[in-house]
Design a protein around this ligand. Structure first.
Ligand code: FAD
Length: 275
């Protein structure tokens, strides 16, 4: 299918992008890597009249450590592409779950275009990096006409393709705690290596997040609470699907997804624990 006609605006700064969003209102959409937006435009599931291309904002592409000591955070610019994150030395040292997961997104072509801000804003419940971000904790930094605000990742993804972001705001940064040598695990079940996850589980520092088990990425809170009480990994993982509401499609029915959530959670926790 061919998308319906749209106007194209290329911007070079966050201020220009926000001004264009304000000018064109809810008819406008930001265009980052285009690897989620363009497919849904071709299907006419999104019909923006204006595309604001933010891919040329070079200031939005970085990974750095902000602050010192235990409170220091890893800051990742929203325009950072998946392949940049995958190869970034700071990310590999400070928060190794993220570059590993970035390397599991789609295929090389997707990883060379897609951005962490785009996948965060898109809020697909099957997306890899938001699952990892949710397990890590931290915040999504939004910028709008009124300035910047930080939304905890636990409050950002509110439903199927829905977030806590307003139409006149954009994602400018992701902030996650440094995990350094703390163990982590990521398990992604797919039919083919470069597919989206049918279910995925990320585990780090006693937290577990799941992809494709609800309308948005979700934390496996029953598992986390059991671990905090001192339950074994096997016992805690058996609770991973509690409180979830997986859908059914041609890849997996609900019961199979629940089984995968329990199995992948156990494997991710075992990897994180080094057993
Ligand atoms: C063949 C294929 C396979 C894929 N496989 C996977 C996979 O295995 N796992 C996975 O997780 N993903 C997968 N993806 C999706 C890929 O990761 C996308 O790149 C990503 O979901 C969206 O990032 P983007 O930069 O391309 O965003 P875009 O497509 O440009 O934008 C997506 C949405 O986010 C908005 N947006 C973009 N940037 C911002 C911002 N900074 N602030 C606010 N809103 C913004 C846009 O307006 C749009 O609504 C796949 C995509 C394709 C085409």
């Amino acid at each position: 299918m061919i998308p319906s006609p749209f106007e194209y605006v290329k911007v070079r700064s966050v201020d220009e992008a926000l001004a264009a969003l304000t000018e064109h209102g809810e008819d406008a959409k930001l265009l980052a890597g285009g690897h989620s937006l363009l497919p849904i435009m071709k299907l006419r599931l999104a019909i923006p009249t204006v595309l604001i291309d933010i891919s040329g904002i070079s200031d939005l592409s970085y990974v750095r450590v902000d602050g010192d000591g235990p409170d220091a955070m890893v800051a990742i610019g929203a325009g950072t592409r998946h392949f940049e994150l995958e190869r970034d030395d700071v990310a590999r040292t400070e928060v190794p779950l993220l570059p590993h997961v970035a390397g599991r997104v789609g295929d090389p072509q997707v990883r060379h275009r897609g951005t962490i801000g785009g996948t965060t804003a898109h809020s697909d419940p099957a997306s890899d990096l938001p699952t990892a971000l949710l397990a890590l904790g931290g915040t999504v930094v939004l910028q709008g006409p009124g300035g910047r605000r930080e939304v905890p990742v636990t409050e950002f993804w509110t439903g199927f393709f829905e977030t806590a972001m307003s139409p006149d705001e954009m994602v400018v940064e992701l902030r996650v705690p440094r995990t350094g040598s703390i163990g982590w695990g990521y398990e992604k079940f797919t039919r083919r290596e470069n597919d989206w996850p049918i279910v995925a589980a990320a585990a780090v520092d006693g937290r577990v997040a799941l992809a494709n088990m609800a309308g948005s990425v979700v934390r496996a809170t029953a598992t986390e609470e059991a671990l905090a009480r001192g339950a074994s990994i096997a016992e805690a993982a058996e609770l991973a699907d509690q409180g979830t509401s997986p859908g059914a499609d041609m890849h997996a029915d609900q019961e199979y997804r629940r089984h995968l959530a329990r199995l992948l959670t156990r494997r991710a926790l075992e990897t994180a624990a080094g057993v």
